[in-house]
Write a protein that binds this ligand. Sequence first.
Ligand SMILES: Cc1cc2nc3c(=O)[nH]c(=O)nc-3n(C[C@H](O)[C@H](O)[C@H](O)COP(=O)(O)OP(=O)(O)OC[C@H]3O[C@@H](n4cnc5c(N)ncnc54)[C@H](O)[C@@H]3O)c2cc1C
Length: 394
Amino acid sequence: MSTRLTADAVVIGGGFYGACLALLLRRLYPRVLLAEKEDDLLQRASYINQARVHAGFHYPRNLVTAYRSLVNFPRFVADFRHAIMRDFTKVYAVARLNSKVNAHRFHEMFRRMKAPIKPAPAHLASLFNPELVERAFLVREYAFDASVLKGILRRRLEAEGVELLMRTRIHAVRSGAGDGLVLDGARGNERYEIHAKHVFNCTYSLINVLLHASGLPLLPLKHEITEMALVRPPEPLRNLGVTVMDGPFFSTMPFPALGLHSLSHVRYTPHKGWIDEVPPVDGHELLRAAPPASKALHMINDAARYLPVLGGVRQEGSLFEVKTVLLASEDSDSRPILFRRDYGGLKGFHVAMGGKIDNIYDLLETIADLNDDFGDRKRLHDIVAGLLGGGSGA
Ligand SMILES: Cc1cc2nc3c(=O)[nH]c(=O)nc-3n(C[C@H](O)[C@H](O)[C@H](O)COP(=O)(O)OP(=O)(O)OC[C@H]3O[C@@H](n4cnc5c(N)ncnc54)[C@H](O)[C@@H]3O)c2cc1C
């Protein structure tokens, strides 16, 4: 059985990026489809991540990324205010040994950017092992609740009339008659052939899998199977998030969707890494077929050397997901967006990816700058300016 659909625009991938892009496209075109292979929106990297609303402090080695985060922070917090958890204190500490930044440089960089940072008060600074931690700083950083984010986006997509095709996997994209594109996909045993003029590949860790199946060249992407441990925070950490910079250290902060703390560790969170080559690995399939053994105990034991209250904390579970970055971001520690239009010469087929959630604004503005197929630049920027706020943030 095969179903034939036509649309003006199709977004492949119902993560945070695909969902936001579908909202933009719906302002431009009457019929927009969003195809997602999972049962629901935001089930993959947009749910399984550290839930940090980046404000810049995580990127002391990359001024541009730090600055863009600082700029995007208030916008994201306002646009999705019902998904934002603010009622916890956030401390960034700088390690004495093996850190790529020292405390003075860390403080100066953010002070000059006029980011909210000050020395941590004594009762917080005293939580750290002074032999391993040079200084601790109080900053402003929030967490987002990915399930609330999903609810907000789903309601907006439905209200705007974007057609959601869940459990629908797109296998390949090809050119059709005239200047159109054809997507071949499936939902269970039902085959889909979707005809559209504009198609966006927003499949994050599976971008290259779709490109390869479509006979297109791969993009330089690096992937890691990652583990975030989930812990019930001991009393002193209940309303506290801590990140130790900038090297083989750790970060623990609220994971609002589950009411626990996530714990990630630069040394133990990555389990297996690879750079895509032909044929690219399907990271979701790899994770399903061979789930790695947890390294949470290593994370807890090492983190407790810096923050002794973590000693003996109980692991409540772990979340595993494929993390993808541009190969070029590896050394620079940057998180730029990726946007390739008319990819591989396939007119109307575009690839979009963001290295973190708040980069969405950089992506939307890049698209608004295109000023041709998608409409007048001024009108596009006006649409983008009000797109995600949706009035109530609910
Ligand atoms: C461990 C980890 C920690 C992170 N921490 C943070 C953080 O604290 N803060 C932050 O801002 N960012 C963080 N990130 C990055 C952030 O999660 C990503 O930048 C963001 O979620 C990417 O969104 P996306 O929509 O592109 O990807 P996804 O949410 O993965 O969406 C892609 C979707 O495409 C679907 N799909 C794939 N192939 C197909 C197909 N062929 N047909 C149909 N559907 C398909 C997938 O099922 C998936 O739902 C982290 C990431 C990881 C993995």
